[in-house]
Design a protein around this ligand. Structure first.
Ligand SMILES: [Cu+2]
Length: 122
């Protein structure tokens, strides 16, 4: 029967097509991992007596750079973890987050200034 002879090549084509499609899906997954693994430095601006952004999610190993663009002095402080000391206008401070967790920090000069960095596993 000619019909049965045709079935094998058709089945092979289908198998190859499935392999090609799954290969593409895998490549997309790798691309997404690259994006989610972004550890490029992040900036928190201090302005109008506030940290901006007040909530920042980053990957382990990311450097965060605080820049005081306010007219008043400020700090970025989490006691025992990091402390910028007093940052006058135009001054900045960097800290590298190497341990996953939630970091709630303040300005010691104005304790109502609060913000958070969430560090996710790399
Ligand atoms: Cu302050």
């Amino acid at each position: 029967m000619k019909t049965n002879k045709l079935l094998i090549p058709i089945a092979l084509i289908l198998v190859v097509a499935v392999l090609v499609v799954s290969g593409c899906v895998q490549q997309q997954g790798e691309a997404n991992n690259t994006v989610s693994g972004d550890i490029s430095p992040k900036t928190v601006t201090i302005k109008n007596f506030a940290f901006d952004p007040a909530g920042l999610s980053i990957k382990t190993g990311t450097i965060v750079n605080w820049v005081n663009e306010d007219s008043a002095p400020h700090t970025a402080t989490l006691t025992g973890i990091f402390d910028s000391g007093i940052l006058n206008t135009g001054q900045s401070f960097s800290y590298t987050f190497n341990i996953p967790g939630t970091y709630d920090y303040i300005c010691t000069l104005h304790p109502s200034m609060r913000a958070r960095v969430i560090v996710e596993p790399a």
